[in-house]
Design a protein around this ligand. Structure first.
Ligand SMILES: Nc1ncnc2c1ncn2[C@@H]1O[C@H](COP(=O)(O)OP(=O)(O)O)[C@@H](O)[C@H]1O
Ligand SMILES: [Mg+2]
Length: 283
């Protein structure tokens, strides 16, 4: 039997359970697909019975490659491969946001340790160094001076080559919070402020931050729509900071966004809106 929708996962979190529950309430034919048990014969032309796939894999590589395979086999995946590639990489996203006129922090990229240290002498400290691919605030460090920069970079030199892409960002002066806005199609369905935990500067919920509802203004929605469209997204989480000097700036667009805390704090039924969106979405 063919499904209306499939949830593709590698880890069942609150988000995936909530999607399944929302689907069941609507009486639609929804299936949970464990990506760890999945194999796909890439050259068989048989019709696959997934319906529209909501991509929820946590693993970046599993997420990207399963999307590529399914999409290539003619399956509609939300978000599409293009979004996975573009939003999954902070530098790729940054360039597109700039092109679309979306306000962002100021960034610099250097392609060796030496060039990065030279860049830092020119742009000045402090700067934030980020992996271009990553989440949950991991491996993001504040470089207050040359000693810190040399220490972090020396470690990076011994890691996987992606860590030798030195992606630097101004340390944005802002209140001790950022904004996570969840977009379903062209609408910000809910947004939260995320406050950093004690003694922390990163506001990721995974690092023990606290959340509060954030009112969705027209300005916030306009910026988020542009940011989502810049990466060709459908259901995304836009991360913004409130720069003291420049107002809202977008620092990230999340391809497979978490939304548990946003539902908890705002009471908005995001999973049902995601299901409704996926059901009406076309290839
Ligand atoms: N340039 C910056 N200035 C100040 N704080 C930042 C900056 N960049 C990131 N942060 C903080 O670190 C958190 C994680 O950064 P982010 O770019 O969203 O990476 P991740 O993909 O790991 O969530 C942000 O939510 C914010 O609180
Ligand atoms: Mg983030």
């Amino acid at each position: 039997m063919s499904s209306d929708l499939s949830i593709l996962y590698d880890n069942i979190r609150w988000e995936e359970k909530a999607l399944l529950e929302a689907g069941k309430k609507k009486n639609i034919n929804i299936q949970m697909v464990d990506c760890k048990k999945l194999f796909l014969e890439l050259d068989k032309k048989t019709k696959l019975n997934f319906g529209t796939v909501i991509q929820r894999c946590v693993s970046y590589y599993r997420n990207l490659h399963s999307t590529a395979a399914l999409e290539g086999l003619g399956v509609k995946v939300i978000n599409c491969l293009n979004t996975g590639i573009l939003a999954g990489n902070k530098l790729f996203t940054h360039m597109l946001l700039q092109k679309e006129g979306v306000p962002t922090p100021f960034n610099t990229v250097a392609f060796s340790q030496e060039a990065a240290l030279e860049a830092l002498e020119k742009i000045g400290y402090p700067q934030v160094i980020k992996p271009t691919v990553g989440s949950w605030g991991r491996m993001i460090s504040l470089l207050n001076d040359r000693d810190a920069a040399e220490g972090i970079m020396e470690m990076r030199e011994r890691m996987y080559p992606i860590y030798q892409i030195y992606y630097l960002e101004e340390f944005v002066k802002r209140p001790p919070r950022d904004i996570r806005a969840i977009m379903v199609g062209n609408k910000v369905v809910a947004a939260i402020y995320r406050y950093s935990g004690d003694g922390m500067w990163k506001t990721n919920m995974a690092l023990g931050g606290r959340a509060e509802e954030c009112k969705v203004t027209n300005e916030l929605e306009d910026i988020c729509i542009k940011a989502k469209n810049a990466v060709n997204g459908e259901i995304v989480g836009v991360d913004l900071m409130e720069s003291n000097e420049r107002g809202l700036v977008v620092h990230e667009v999340n391809n497979t966004t978490e939304y548990k805390n946003t539902v908890r704090v705002t009471g908005v039924d995001i999973p049902t809106q995601m299901i409704d969106y996926a059901l009406q979405s076309k290839k």
